[in-house]
Design a binder for this molecule. Structure first.
Ligand code: 4AD
Ligand code: MG
Length: 462
């Protein structure tokens, strides 16, 4: 096999002159004609396939023109202008090697398959048009995330995956333990965690924020980008048990600085997609969400609106819309409320700030009213909450009082409180759900369909 001679189909299709070249990929379709046969070959490097033209002079024409959809080929030939409409180039094949055959049992047909069906065939799902486009965008946007922060001098910090702390305090941690679950060691009738691997109870991280804050008070501007785990038993289209989160944390910053960063970040990612993922976006625009590209272009130029939680509640109460969950001051905004605000009232991205302290995590900075905290959520149409963040409580005594109020055991977080003991400073940060971003950018409506191997309740097979 001569991999060095291989040209990715993306590059082939952008050629500006005829050439002799070698391509490798998987058969999307075969059309056998009287004189010649055509094969659409795709290698995943771009949305489009390359048309191969096979003539009977080929030594193995009979076998090559009978390959099934899904077969794997290595081909060399001459790239020539295609006489047919709809494509600039085609490959006049001189040699075909059939690397892997595929018979009639190949499950992907030319017709459209449901996303549910494709999820059940993990190996072939990424070979479909929709998932090919999703995962190319996922890769491109991961790069864009790093580029945004690296261009601005942020330090990339890898926070731990195994941790003893439930940052959000929501009790949704997956346990990590080496104890014998059939017969755990006990102490006065209770499980003795001191005998566990780490000498205490540990789990998979729900957020890298607390560790991120430590680094922000040394490096000023940091970000994390990694997997996050939540054992939330909510089978919704927006929640996954394993998802990726980007968490920047900035020192010398307040809530307004935090919103500004969130706005710049989202705008950058949208512009990046428009610039670098046009072919895949065209597909989503046509087949998944009509008007997607217009929506993204509008966001790239739009001003993000901001309202307080109290104003949001007032608007929702007065809007005359019937919601499944009634709204009152002090209750958390549900997805239906978030979507109503961003889709019906503001028709664009919306920051909601200053939530009641009772419905937010212990680390958020207390406002002067003693009722609300300096929180910010960014809501976008169709997806709802895409970013959640806050200014952090930098005053040691206020933070300690809040922890006691929330029942967060201080002895476990001494290392975190130290930030407030030596050189404390105002700081803020947020988390952007990477899958929610991809849902927004692609129009895909189920979070499972933007994750290579989704983990949801009852689902961890592949
Ligand atoms: O609002 P959340 O829970 O905030 C935090 O975790 C903070 N520690 C972030 C910070 O301030 N550094 O989560 C942040 C974002 C949400 O806005 C949402 O986009 C996403 O993470 N998210 C989920 N995405 C998929 N599945 C889930 N189960 C998610 N839970 C949160
Ligand atoms: Mg949140």
């Amino acid at each position: 096999m001569n991999r060095r001679a291989r040209t990715p189909i993306k590059q082939v299709l952008q050629a500006d002159q005829t050439a002799e070249l070698c391509v490798q990929g998987w058969v999307r379709s075969v059309r056998r004609g009287k004189e010649v046969s055509f094969i659409e070959l795709n290698d995943g490097s771009c949305f489009a396939s390359l048309q191969l033209v096979l003539s009977p002079e080929l030594g193995n024409y009979s076998a090559a023109s009978r390959v099934g959809t899904g077969a794997c080929l290595s081909v060399s030939g001459d790239l020539v202008e295609s006489p047919a409409a709809g494509q600039r180039w085609e490959l006049q094949v001189k040699q075909v090697e059939i690397l892997g055959v595929a018979d009639d049992s190949y499950p992907l047909q030319k017709k459209r398959h449901s996303f549910e069906f494709l999820r059940s065939i993990a190996h072939l799902r990424p070979r479909s048009n929709s998932f090919g486009a999703v995962f190319r965008m996922r890769s491109a946007l991961s790069f864009a995330v790093h580029q945004f922060f690296q261009e601005r001098g942020f330090l990339y910090v890898q926070t731990p995956i195994i941790t003893a702390n439930d940052c959000e305090g929501a009790g949704e941690m997956f346990r990590v333990s080496t104890l014998d679950i059939e017969n755990p060691p006990k102490n006065s009738g209770k499980i003795d965690w001191s005998q566990d691997f780490f000498g205490e109870r540990t789990g998979l991280t729900v957020s890298g924020q607390l560790q991120g804050e430590l680094f922000a008070t040394a490096f000023s501007d940091i970000y994390t980008f990694g997997p996050t785990f939540r054992a939330e038993n909510s089978n919704t289209s927006r929640h996954a048990a394993e998802f990726w989160m980007i968490e920047p944390e900035i020192a010398f910053a307040d809530l307004a600085d935090n919103c500004k960063l969130g706005e710049d970040f989202l705008r950058y990612l949208v512009s990046y997609a428009l610039k670098n993922c046009q072919e895949d976006l065209q597909f989503f625009n046509q087949r998944i969400e009509k008007g997607l590209i217009d929506k993204l272009e509008a966001l790239a130029g739009a001003e993000f609106k901001t309202i307080s939680y109290s104003e949001a509640v007032e608007r929702l109460q007065k809007c005359g819309q019937r919601f499944e969950f009634p709204v009152h001051w002090g209750s958390d905004l549900q997805s239906e409320h978030e979507r109503y605000l961003t889709e019906q009232v503001f028709n664009g991205p919306l920051f909601v700030t200053d939530y009641p302290k009772e419905i937010k995590a212990f680390y958020m900075r207390m406002n002067d009213d003693d009722k609300t905290v300096a929180a910010m959520d960014l809501l976008v149409p169709r997806v709802g909450e895409i970013i959640g963040g806050s200014q952090r409580e930098e005053r040691l005594d206020v933070l300690q009082a809040r922890m006691a109020e929330c029942g967060v055991p201080a002895e476990h977080l001494d290392w975190y409180l130290d930030i407030r003991r030596w050189g404390s400073c105002p700081h803020a940060g947020f988390g952007l759900g990477f899958e929610r971003l991809l849902m927004y950018l692609t129009g895909m409506e189920n979070i499972r369909d933007v994750i290579p191997f989704p983990r949801t309740p009852g689902n961890a097979r592949f």
